[in-house]
Ligand binder design. Structure first.
Ligand code: ZN
Length: 491
């Protein structure tokens, strides 16, 4: 995700914006050959603001244990009235709900395992987990078919899940299998900090039917069939770790970047061509710097969204609340997430810095490599240093300056933003100066190549830079991630 928050309330006269904001590459078909398959048929009712769906999951146990049951996240339930873990902070409410309070949720009406009807069992800390019990333990690499039917009620909100004015955001709308690690399913609730999502890659076949005035932007190339009143859009996507849809009354503009079809969906952009070009340049730049974008398509979608933007595999939200350079910055940051988060995954609850630091620093690298955009690399790093120094001064006695924390362990959204994006960017610049450009970019390429379609951990990133540089970097990263490094001058 990308945030922009005014720092002015903190700093009095200062108005600083937070940018809240040699390897082998595994091929897409190869990666997709032994994955779970989600087949979803969904119908949007514009009258009821609901999405009714059937979902079949041909699930493969990719973990090294027998599974007696399987958990699925039910993220829409965070939007229900009375949720314990709301996606919104108190400060978000007015902007998130311009038309007043509105609620959503998901109602699962049936679950079958290998064709056999099961009780619908809801659990988790906040009624946000569907528990599917198996009659027989599911052995590693074995498959099981799970069918479910559900209705998602979408709130009138500018959020990942929400409808407002011209768009319907359908992010995290469907039940997605939890990751099993450390002896249990990672079943964290919907924290308002960060992007509290964590899943492995799977193959998707998704059909969305909606009234004809809507175009469906999806995490895959849409194939459209129409009736008199409806438009049905089907898209498949291989080896993606999530699947998102935005319905909207869009104009479209398309191009290709190194073979990937990039479509910009928008409704209010006088510089749509520049936005598309920034999208194409982002894909080309990151392809050449980190390694190839594996998917065939990328949807860059202008939408109503509380924050700057949001990343999903092969689809990014760009908030219409961003203007000018901030709008372009958001496009670049969210597209960088296709490398860091989408292709190389990570546990975003435990190690949010891993993808956010890389996405934000990648945007700075983009400007360094594309001089025509007239944004200075050094100036962006200097801005980050200034922001960090201001934050440290203002909260000298109360701020926890560690970066590698679980989302709920950040004291405030501002602390999360500064430690994850701002300090992270300074850390990457410092690392680059420490090991030199050759080792730095070799390390990034190695991290990308070795971890495509997988879950990477901090030690994978550190190890890639160590291998590329021949240096022991544990001390360097410990100091930044857990320590209180202040080796740069305050301004
Ligand atoms: Zn981000």
């Amino acid at each position: 995700m990308r945030f922009f928050k005014k720092f002015i309330a903190l700093c009095g006269i200062f108005a600083v914006f937070f940018a809240a904001v040699g390897c082998s590459e595994k091929g897409l078909e190869d990666a997709a050959s032994s994955l779970s398959v989600y087949t979803i048929n969904a119908v949007w009712s514009d009258d009821d603001k609901t999405l009714s769906a059937t979902q079949n999951v041909d699930y493969i146990n990719e973990f090294d244990v027998e599974l007696g049951e399987l958990y699925f996240h039910l993220y829409p339930n965070a939007y229900r009235e009375g949720a314990r873990f709301s996606p919104f902070t108190a400060a978000d409410i007015a902007d998130a709900f311009p038309n007043g309070a509105s609620y959503g949720g998901i109602n699962i009406s049936s679950v079958k395992v290998n064709g056999k009807e099961k009780e619908v069992k809801i659990g988790g800390q906040d009624e946000d987990i569907l528990i599917v019990e198996f009659d027989e333990p599911l052995m590693p690499t074995s498959r099981v078919k799970i069918d479910m039917e559900y209705t998602v009620t979408v709130p009138n909100a500018r959020h990942r899940l929400g409808y407002y004015n011209k768009t319907v955001n359908l992010g995290n709308f469907y039940p997605v299998a939890c990751v099993y690690e450390n002896g249990e399913f990672e079943s964290s609730p919907y924290y308002f900090n960060g992007d509290p999502f964590y899943s492995t890659v799977a193959n998707y076949n998704v059909t969305v039917t909606a009234p004809k005035n809507y175009t469906a932007a999806m995490s895959g190339i849409g194939i459209i069939t129409e009736t008199e009143s409806d438009r049905k859009t089907f898209a498949s996507a291989l080896a993606v770790r999530d699947f998102a849809v935005v319905l909207g009354e869009f104009e479209q503009m398309s191009g290709t970047a190194d073979g990937a079809a990039v479509t910009y969906y928008y409704y209010d952009d006088e510089n749509a061509e520049a936005s598309l070009n920034a999208s194409l340049d982002s894909v080309k730049t990151f392809n050449s710097m980190f390694g190839g974008y594996p998917y065939k398509s990328l949807a860059v979608v202008q939408t109503h969204f509380l924050n700057g933007g949001m990343e999903y595999p092969a689809l990014v939200y760009i908030s219409d609340r961003q203007k000018g350079e901030l709008y372009r910055d958001t496009i670049i940051h969210e597209i960088a997430h296709q490398w860091w988060y989408a292709t190389v995954g990570n546990n975003q609850i435990a190690h949010a810095w891993l993808d956010e630091t890389l996405a934000e620093y990648s945007a700075t690298l983009f400007y360094e490599k594309n001089a025509g955009y007239n944004v200075d690399y050094s100036a962006r790093i200097a801005d980050a240093m200034k922001t960090y120094a201001l934050f440290c001064e203002r909260f000298e006695n109360t701020a926890d300056k560690s970066m590698d924390r679980r989302l709920p362990d950040f004291n405030t959204p501002m602390e999360y933003t500064v430690m994850t994006y701002v300090k992270g960017q300074i850390m990457m610049d410092s690392l680059r100066k420490t090991i030199g450009d050759d080792a730095f970019f070799k390390g990034l390429r190695k991290y990308y190549g070795d971890n495509r379609f997988k879950i990477a951990r901090p030690e994978n990133l550190i190890g890639s830079f160590e291998k590329a540089s021949g240096k022991d970097l544990m001390g360097f990263f410990d100091t930044w991630l857990d320590g209180n490094v202040k080796t740069f001058a305050k301004t």
